[in-house]
Design a protein around this ligand. Structure first.
Ligand SMILES: [Zn+2]
Ligand SMILES: [Zn+2]
Length: 244
């Protein structure tokens, strides 16, 4: 992932969408944090795919929780406060790492994310391609965070940020072809891809409509679409880094 592009896009969208300015500034701070973790992971150790370096990662938690508590949206701030009172942070990170079912706890996921992303990128260089076709990430097995449409449809992993191709119109959760698209005029390059069979949704970013979009950040800027999806009773596969 190109962190500087993501940060620039977040600053640009914060100036464009006033109502999500605070959320985007928080997202930008999280991305900076993750960028720093990524640098440390890449430079300090040969990251292990069997067990993460929890002592390195846990050292980032106190400052990260403070950031989330102070500047994060309400629910995230409350979660950070609770976690700050605990001292078993390495265990919390390990639990998140081992979890294979259901949505991951967001704050530990944000800390693990750059670590697993590094592993995934290294896999590509050292091993090569991964099998595709499943609705969950072929590298780490987690659910997708969002969908990208360009020459074909790609899903982006909520943990390692790996992108893999997946058939258009098909739900990554239940594999049924009952996706409906909800849109708002003010987000011409985005929509909600909601499954009428299993009740889950994720958001889609269409790069053909805005080639400058940075999907992870543009997804974050359109929380209005999340509110709309929730109003229709849909549940997101995985929340974005601001807990929306
Ligand atoms: Zn993954
Ligand atoms: Zn479904």
């Amino acid at each position: 992932m190109d962190w500087s592009k993501a940060l620039t896009r977040a600053e640009f969208l914060a100036s464009k969408h006033r109502e999500t300015k605070d959320l985007l500034r928080f997202g930008r701070a999280v991305l900076r944090f993750q960028q720093e973790i990524y640098r440390r992971v890449r430079s300090s150790i040969r990251a292990d795919a069997r067990r993460p370096d929890t002592s390195l990662l846990a050292a980032f938690l106190p400052d990260f929780l403070l950031l989330a508590e102070k500047y994060g949206p309400g629910t995230l701030s409350a979660q950070a406060q609770k976690l700050r009172d605990r001292q078993d942070w390495e265990e919390i990170l390990l639990d998140c790492w081992r979890q294979t079912e259901g949505p991951l706890q967001l704050l530990p996921r944000s800390i693990l994310q750059p670590y697993v992303q590094y592993l995934s990128e290294r896999w590509h260089v050292e091993v090569g391609v991964l099998e595709e076709g499943s609705g969950s990430c072929p590298f780490c097995g987690r659910a997708p965070l969002l969908s990208i449409r360009n020459s074909c449809r790609m899903l982006v992993c909520s943990l390692c940020a790996h992108e893999w191709s997946f058939p258009e119109g098909k739900c990554p959760g239940c594999h049924e072809g009952k996706l409906v698209h909800h849109r708002r005029r003010r987000f011409p390059n985005l929509d909600v891809e909601a499954c009428e069979a299993c009740g889950h949704y994720l958001k889609g970013v269409d790069l053909r409509k805005d080639a400058q979009a940075f999907p992870l950040v543009d997804e974050l800027a359109s929380v209005e679409l999340d509110a709309m999806a929730r109003d229709h009773g849909f549940v997101k596969f995985e929340l974005n880094l601001a807990g929306q």
